[in-house]
Design a protein around this ligand. Structure first.
Ligand SMILES: Cc1cc2nc3c(=O)[nH]c(=O)nc-3n(C[C@H](O)[C@H](O)[C@H](O)COP(=O)(O)OP(=O)(O)OC[C@H]3O[C@@H](n4cnc5c(N)ncnc54)[C@H](O)[C@@H]3O)c2cc1C
Ligand code: SF4
Ligand code: SF4
Ligand code: SF4
Length: 391
């Protein structure tokens, strides 16, 4: 192990630089990827340590400007999780001959993996948040190859993935537009795969899946699955146990409970997120239609360059970073460490009950646990206030 297991984010940067292939990314009992080093193959070159963003900090950047915005093309806005800024940025990169890397579903929607795409059809595979940890182990070499050809590369991922990538890419970095999103944390790929299998077992193949379908509105997290036989599964956060477990921190990666990257200063060129609290920050009625509003922050010259290229295609309003952090706690606050997390994973490993039943059982907090959650929320509010007001 390079770093302790609970801190490792599974970004795969160490794996990607090992010259002797001594490192393997392997799934642990909870379903999260961790690097395993085969000491027989290791030549002690130290490259993995230099690539690891926990051992070798990437330079962080001040947030320069923050905007509330959305795409003026309604279909783009409705297909995306927030305001559709990812798709607009992607169009721009493709227009300039570049390539886009992001997370797509694979293996009948049970796995989420980073891939590179070069056309509109590819962009539609990346569009939309997938609330599962994405495997990005196979994209580092491809990204470096495109950069060596001096083609623009747009990479979108969690802040820890962006940090790992920035530590690995050393040449032609001026062509890499690294976009982080505001990150609540990533759930276990094994829990997702098992949950999906339960929903899909009696049906035909899946044709499409959205974690953030907007037919009930942007604010109402709704999972929608389209089956080949025309059946549709739709369940919003009030009834969907997977989304409830995700938002309650029941099966997050351990590193997400004490994240090294949810800080006031950031690692990407741009940051995207949901512009929660927009109704309190703006009087512009067009933001209130519940079709999705993005938060976008500019954090580098390259980020600013691309912002200038796309902003005429967006409806925008400048907002303050202080306000953005106040209403979108995930910018700087940690995920809640659910008190039943370890019991959940013990039950999950036994496989005696369906995953959805285990989630339902463990989400139900007793009075002491509810009090614990409330105290945690108060402490986070105070911590968040202190960070926001620190210089
Ligand atoms: C696990 C996760 C947690 C998030 N938590 C928050 C939060 O707490 N607060 C908040 O404001 N926003 C959060 N977001 C971001 C938000 O959901 C939107 O993805 C973001 O605002 C971009 O929206 P968009 O409309 O511009 O584009 P969209 O079309 O929604 O773009 C999605 C982009 O994210 C990438 N992506 C999707 N899933 C993953 C994944 N699992 N791993 C890596 N990359 C992925 C896609 O490749 C694509 O580039 C989270 C996203 C994810 C995936
Ligand atoms: S020290 Fe070098 S050879 Fe050994 S695991 Fe790390 S990168 Fe691979
Ligand atoms: S580089 Fe990433 S995957 Fe490797 S040890 Fe560090 S955090 Fe874990
Ligand atoms: S919360 Fe932190 S450690 Fe977890 S996925 Fe997001 S950036 Fe990575």
């Amino acid at each position: 192990m390079l770093v302790d297991k609970d801190s490792c984010t599974g970004c795969s940067a160490c794996f990607s630089v090992c010259p002797t292939r001594a490192i393997k990314m392997s799934q642990d009992e909870e379903g999260f990827w961790h690097p395993i080093i085969n000491m027989d193959k290791c030549i002690s070159c130290g490259r993995c340590e230099r690539a690891c963003p926990l051992l070798h900090n990437v330079e962080t950047r001040e947030v320069r400007e923050v905007y509330a915005c959305y795409s003026m093309v309604n279909s783009i806005r409705l297909d995306s999780s927030s305001g559709g800024i990812f798709s607009v940025l992607s169009e721009q990169i493709l227009h300039q001959g570049g390539i886009v890397f992001g997370a797509a579903f694979e293996e009948e929607y049970r796995v989420v993996r980073h891939i590179g795409v070069e056309d509109a059809e590819g962009i539609s595979k990346l569009c939309g948040s997938k609330y599962v940890q994405s495997d990005m182990s196979s994209v580092f070499a491809a990204i470096q190859k495109y950069l060596s050809e001096r083609r623009y590369v747009l990479f979108v991922g969690t802040p820890c993935q962006v940090a790992g990538l920035r530590n690995v890419v050393k040449k032609n970095i001026e062509y890499l537009l690294a976009v982080e999103f505001v990150c609540h944390g990533v759930p276990s790929p094994a829990v997702w795969s098992s949950f999906l299998q339960e929903i899909a077992s009696d049906n035909t193949a899946i044709q499409g899946l959205k974690f953030r379908d907007k037919s009930l509105g942007w604010r109402k997290y709704t999972m929608k699955i389209f089956f080949e036989d025309g059946e549709i599964y739709r369940s919003n956060v009030e009834e969907n146990l997977y989304l409830q477990g995700f938002l309650s921190g029941l099966y997050m990666r351990p590193s997400c409970y004490k994240c090294s990257f949810r800080k006031k200063k950031r690692v990407g060129d741009l940051m995207l997120g949901d512009c929660w609290g927009i109704e309190r920050m703006s009087e512009d009625q067009s933001f209130l239609t519940d079709q999705g509003v993005s938060l976008l922050s500019i954090q580098s010259d390259l980020g600013e360059h691309f912002w200038k290229k796309i902003k005429s295609r967006l409806h925008i309003e400048k907002i303050s970073y202080m306000q953005a952090m106040k209403y979108n706690r995930a910018i700087i606050s940690d995920s809640y460490h659910h008190p039943r997390r370890s019991i959940f994973f013990k039950q999950f490993a036994k496989k005696t009950y369906p995953t959805s039943q285990i989630i339902a059982d463990e989400l139900d907090l007793n009075i002491k646990e509810r009090l614990h959650r409330r105290l945690w929320a108060i402490c986070e509010l105070v911590k968040n206030w202190c960070i926001r007001n620190s210089v």
